[in-house]
Design a protein around this ligand. Structure first.
Ligand SMILES: Nc1ncnc2c1ncn2[C@@H]1O[C@H](COP(=O)(O)OP(=O)(O)OP(=O)(O)O)[C@@H](O)[C@H]1O
Length: 454
């Protein structure tokens, strides 16, 4: 398991329609990270006093300016996630920013027909189906598409057909299983066999999202959407299977209710609900970024429950903050960047999801036991000095062997070490286990025997 910070990127939307670029988000490169310097044009406009900030500086992993292409964004953000998924790491990419700053454009693209315009999701699907190598075989791919609107989850891929009203979409409810893992009841998970099939599901989900938009006062732009891709692949030796889930999250616009154009009462309630989820998201991020708070309030909203593994859990996560270059939006752009700085402080603990085919593993363990027996029989006093390892180190060695990181346990161990490995392997075979149950802690019976013999 390793600790990794969340990488934060920033994308500045180009001018659209009759807009002009009113301020520059300058990319001041340093050796380790990019620094976005947003000059403050409000100062001259409002004749603020001398102590008003003239610029705001924010550090990002990388900044994409107005001219960045969809392909450039993908290479820096989406492609590494596919590579991670093929190594068994869960991955999440989420976009955060004010309405109309290009969140949906970045994640979903404009038009699947126009290749240059396609977003991260369709490019990931294409890569997943075209990345198998001689060493790695793709076993299965699944997709699901969740929409969260006013704290209620909806299945956008329900029954494989488009809906004419959002009420026809099944509601998705969060449940915890016996091992305290989140299950989303009613969220359909579709197995897909080709890129084309996966794209058809993605399009169906987008159509259902648009239906909701039409019926719920443009709700989709104020809902959160999570498209998930499950990737299962096998390494060439057939003994290890890697499972990963990639979440692509398009969050609702982050502008504050007071500043939004949502005037009608129901739209205000809607905005409050959306902001409530984003508020809970912020609370989670603040708690995680402090690093000292024990209780992380994931349970306060469906959105934070769904993102719990992505924030502070077992997932390689990155965020794209989207901003506009319009003077009237500067305040929102600054607030988006400030949010991103908090996110960058979060550390996730990632580990590959490796499962081992138990029959193949038992055969491998039996081979290894034979080898160890031979090793014990052939030990002579003239051998080279043997390697002595403590029990916890031996357990680590065995676990590496189980995970395929080490080919053999025959690393020149001393007799105690060989006998310990020998016993551990027998226990694993007996219990049909592919993980060391209590690293460094042998079962009490064995401990007793050892102390007697001493
Ligand atoms: N980099 C870009 N190049 C060209 N057009 C863009 C770009 N980014 C956004 N647009 C266009 O700007 C408009 C708003 O973008 P989009 O819908 O992606 O914003 P959004 O942040 O998802 O908004 P909302 O929060 O309302 O969902 C769309 O017409 C989109 O096609």
């Amino acid at each position: 398991m390793s600790s990794e910070n969340i990488n934060v990127f920033c994308r500045v939307r180009p001018a659209i329609d009759d807009e002009t670029i009113e301020y520059k988000a300058r990319n001041t490169n340093t050796s380790n990270f990019a620094e976005l310097e947003v000059e403050n044009p409000l100062q001259s406009m409002t004749r603020q006093s001398n102590n008003a900030a003239t610029s705001h500086k924010f550090a990002f992993t990388r900044i994409f300016d107005q001219d960045a292409t969809q392909s450039e964004i993908y290479e820096a953000t989406g492609r590494p996630l596919v590579e991670s998924a093929f190594q068994g790491f869960n991955a999440t990419l989420f976009v955060y920013g004010q309405t109309a700053t290009g969140k949906t454009y970045t994640v979903s693209g404009n038009d699947l027909e126009v290749k240059e315009d396609s977003g991260i999701i369709s490019r990931i699907l294409s890569d997943v189906f075209n990345s198998s190598t001689n060493d790695i075989e793709l076993v299965s791919v699944t997709v699901s598409y969740l929409e969260i609107y006013k704290e209620v989850g909806y299945d956008l891929l329900a029954e494989g057909r488009s809906k004419s009203h959002p009420d026809e979409l099944p509601r998705v409810a969060p449940m915890k299983d016996a091992r305290n893992r989140l299950n989303l009841r009613n969220l359909s998970v579709q197995t897909v066999n080709s890129e084309e099939e996966a794209l058809r599901w993605f399009e169906l989900g987008n159509t259902n999202r648009k239906v909701a938009e039409t019926h719920l006062n443009d709700a989709s732009s104020r809902s959160h959407c999570v498209f998930s891709i499950g990737v299962k692949c096998r390494h060439g030796d057939n003994k290890t299977t890697l499972n990963a889930k990639v979440n692509l999250v398009d969050l609702a616009g982050s502008e504050r209710v007071g500043k939004s154009h949502l005037l009608k009462q129901n739209l205000l309630t809607e905005a409050r609900n959306i902001n409530l989820s984003l508020h809970h998201l912020q609370q989670v991020i603040i708690a995680l970024s402090k690093g000292t708070i024990r209780h992380i309030p994931y349970r306060n909203s469906l959105l934070t429950q769904v993102l719990s593994d992505s924030l502070g859990g077992n997932s390689r996560t990155l965020m794209v903050a989207t901003i506009s270059a319009q003077k009237r939006h500067l305040e929102e752009s600054v607030s988006t960047c400030q949010f991103a700085q908090r996110v960058a402080e979060i550390t996730n603990k990632v580990k590959a999801n490796i499962s081992i085919d138990s029959d193949a593993m038992i055969a491998r363990l039996e081979d290894e036991i034979k080898l160890l027996k031979e090793e014990i029989g052939s030990k002579t006093s003239t051998d080279a000095p043997a390697v002595h390892l403590e029990e916890n180190e031996l357990d680590q060695l065995i676990q590496d062997f189980l995970n395929g990181r080490t080919d053999t346990l025959d690393v020149g161990l001393d007799l105690d070490g060989i006998q310990y490995c020998f016993r551990r392997l027998r226990e694993l075979i007996l219990n049909k286990q592919t993980e060391i149950p209590h690293p460094g802690a042998r079962d009490p019976e064995q401990k007793k025997k050892k102390s007697k013999s001493c």
